[in-house]
Design a protein around this ligand. Structure first.
Ligand SMILES: C[S@@+](CC[C@H](N)C(=O)[O-])C[C@H]1O[C@@H](n2cnc3c(N)ncnc32)[C@H](O)[C@@H]1O
Ligand SMILES: C[C@H](CCN)[C@@H](N)C(=O)O
Ligand code: SF4
Length: 373
């Protein structure tokens, strides 16, 4: 028995691509069928279709974001996250002076935007001026657009971030399967998280939403169980893709959950990237003209190649080679700093090998301005 792509004639396959480009919606049956594809040739056809759609809107342009994880303190206890408040790890918080120095180094590396990310650190959550100062420093020193990833903050804070110069607000729902959400973002309101992203959109800031895959075999260290139909990646992805559509995000992502030491989900079996690659292609079919990241945090530059070849057009989590800062998933946590290959120069070299180009800063900022209007 064939699958969604193997049964298509060449004419039907080309028509499928044209339908996607003209934004014909996918049915749940189509999404389920695509997520169920396992045959290598059919996967290649799915990825190639996604790349064809991406090329129609973005050509060979790829955009690069530098990642500044400026505070790893957090008051939350997300079951999947290394920086979970209960995890006994070394944490850091950089100073405004250190940020200024880092921005000076990042300024001319070829990145299009700086992503300022933090745990939900009370030092910034209880005193918003501390984060607003970081946004202003980054804008002043680099002159580049700034993404903020502060976690859930109230509307006044969001409006102040917009006034301080924030261009993008990243806040990932992880899943729109609310029972699964409750097991992942323990004690955190689903509605408040979604509302913060909507408030950022209303404040005129571009927004990024995102989901995780890799929970089909989740194992809670406290012995708690979860209904397999709730943690099933295919059903969760379908619910989540529709959930993300509601807020009309300017960027959408998917990442593979990587179990982290010292966390409630540490014993979960690490899933392959396959589901992430399929979801990237389906995100391209559902959001044909939007930014879709390939995160270096999950599988570095080798992983970036697969994700770009599945329809992504942004490379994120770029960390300069000598940086002492962390990633989030940190696939390379155990690699010594100077062996980490997540710098912009290495990324751009690989893009050229792939026949891709670093997009112009003008085209990136034109996208931001179109999205904000
Ligand atoms: C951007 S970082 C921190 C920003 C902010 N504290 C927040 O939670 O939104 C948080 C994101 O990284 C991703 N993440 C965290 N731990 C992960 C893991 N172990 N595997 C994959 N993705 C992970 C999740 O999507 C999560 O929303
Ligand atoms: C998850 C992080 C992004 C936050 N806005 C970063 N490590 C990434 O993978 O892009
Ligand atoms: S995902 Fe964000 S909020 Fe959750 S524990 Fe990690 S840093 Fe904190």
């Amino acid at each position: 028995m064939g699958d969604f792509f193997s049964e298509m004639s060449d004419a039907e396959y080309n028509q499928f691509i044209e339908d996607i480009i003209s934004k014909k919606p996918l049915t749940d049956e189509m999404i389920r069928a695509m997520l169920s594809v396992t045959d290598r040739n059919s996967l290649k056809k799915m990825y190639d279709a996604a790349v064809s759609v991406k090329e129609r809107y973005f050509g060979n342009d790829v955009y690069l974001y530098s990642f500044v994880y400026f505070s790893t303190y957090c008051k939350n206890q997300c079951a999947f996250c290394y920086y979970n408040a209960k995890n006994k790890i070394d944490r850091y918080r950089i100073t405004p002076e250190e940020l200024r120095e880092m921005c000076g180094e990042l300024k001319n590396t070829g990145v299009h935007m700086i992503d300022l990310t933090m745990g939900e650190d009370p030092h910034f959550h209880n005193t918003p001026e501390n984060l607003l100062e970081f946004v202003r420093i980054t804008k002043e020193v680099t002159g580049l657009p700034v993404m903020v990833s502060p976690g859930v903050v109230d509307n006044d804070f969001i409006c102040a971030l917009q006034e301080a110069g924030a261009d993008f607000f990243a806040l990932y729902q992880e899943t729109y399967q609310e029972e699964l959400y409750g097991k992942l973002r323990v004690g955190q309101s689903f509605e408040e998280r979604a509302a913060a992203r909507n408030n950022a959109k209303a404040a005129g800031i571009c927004i990024e939403d995102g989901i995780l895959t890799g929970f089909s075999k989740m194992k809670m260290s406290n012995g708690e169980t979860i209904n397999p139909s709730v943690s099933d990646d295919i059903e969760s992805a379908i619910v989540s893709i529709h959930g993300m559509q509601k807020a009309d995000p300017d960027q959408v992502r998917v990442m593979t959950f990587e179990p982290q030491p010292g966390t409630p989900l540490a014993e979960t079996t690490q899933a392959s990237d396959l589901m992430e690659l399929k979801v990237i292609s389906i995100l391209r079919f559902v959001f044909p003209d939007r930014l879709i990241p390939a995160s270096l945090d999950v599988a570095g530059i080798p992983g970036m190649v697969d994700r770009l070849n599945a329809g992504a057009n942004v490379v994120t989590s770029i960390i300069s080679a000598d940086s002492k800062l962390e990633g989030v998933v940190n696939f390379d946590r155990d690699v010594s700093l100077n062996e980490r290959q997540r710098d912009a120069k290495s990324v751009i070299e690989k893009l050229h090998e792939m026949g891709l180009e670093r997009g112009s800063q003008e085209s990136f900022e034109a996208y931001l301005n179109r999205s904000k209007s």
